[in-house]
Ligand binder design. Structure first.
Ligand code: SF4
Length: 104
């Protein structure tokens, strides 16, 4: 489980920079740098999600990741203790990225 700090505050799941979803999927199977990754679990505010207003952010979540060129990727799961998802101005998942990506 990974500690997630998420700056995509317009995501429905974002609760005080924590994620209420419980697990996320980062995509970017050919990524060579952070901007080529994205959080595919992002849902723009106002869209339906499987959480409710009582859901709270979880500090540690499961991070599945397709960015196999990242040093933290182990069998398509993130092994980093702490990651940051960036996307302060994001309106869609393509405007997010895993800021913690490090090329092998
Ligand atoms: S740190 Fe690397 S392995 Fe972990 S989610 Fe980000 S890109 Fe994927």
């Amino acid at each position: 489980m990974t500690i997630l700090d998420c700056s995509a505050i317009s995501c429905t799941y974002n609760k005080d920079r924590l994620c209420a979803k419980g697990d996320i999927l980062v995509t970017g199977s050919t990524a060579e740098k952070p901007v080529e990754t994205q959080c595919s679990s992002f849902i723009g505010a106002g869209r339906d999600c499987y959480c409710n207003s009582f859901s709270s952010g979880k500090e540690k979540i499961s991070v599945k990741c397709e960015a196999i060129n990242c040093v933290f990727n182990e069998n398509r799961t993130c092994s980093a203790e702490h990651i940051g998802i960036a996307g302060k101005q994001a309106h869609s998942s393509s405007e997010t990225e895993c800021a913690s990506f490090q090329k092998r």
